[in-house]
Design a protein around this ligand. Structure first.
Ligand SMILES: [Zn+2]
Length: 50
């Protein structure tokens, strides 16, 4: 059984470091293939896993 390892960003574009609950995870559904993204709760910057 394959392990599903969820990638999380180390920090947002403005240098805020990852910590539990600091980034809000979501799915971007504007494209045919949904992509994962995070919103930094400190500065509202979006981080995309592309
Ligand atoms: Zn930030």
């Amino acid at each position: 059984m394959a392990m599903l390892v969820e990638w999380v960003p180390d920090e947002c574009p403005n240098g805020h470091r990852w910590s539990k609950g600091k980034f809000l995870a979501g799915w971007c559904n504007t494209r045919d293939v949904p992509c994962r993204y995070w919103i930094c709760k400190v500065c509202d910057a979006a981080i995309y896993n592309d």
